[in-house]
Design a protein around this ligand. Structure first.
Ligand code: SF4
Length: 57
């Protein structure tokens, strides 16, 4: 399962534009979060994140 490390996320939302499932969004805290029911673990968000904020759990 992929999760967002909120301490690393800078909220630039690049991941939200790349996700083919619309499974990642920016929350009210300005940080990304992943809907794990929608995520198909393609790793597009992880490989594109400049902050290395997407982590496997
Ligand atoms: S791994 Fe793929 S499907 Fe899952 S949140 Fe990231 S970009 Fe979306």
């Amino acid at each position: 399962m992929l999760v967002v490390n909120k301490e690393k996320c800078n909220g630039d939302a690049v991941c939200t534009m790349l996700c083919p499932m619309e499974a990642i969004a920016i929350g009210e805290d300005g940080k990304a979060f992943i809907d794990t029911d929608q995520c198909m673990e393609c790793f597009a968000c992880q490989t594109s994140c400049s902050q290395e904020a997407i982590e496997e759990q």
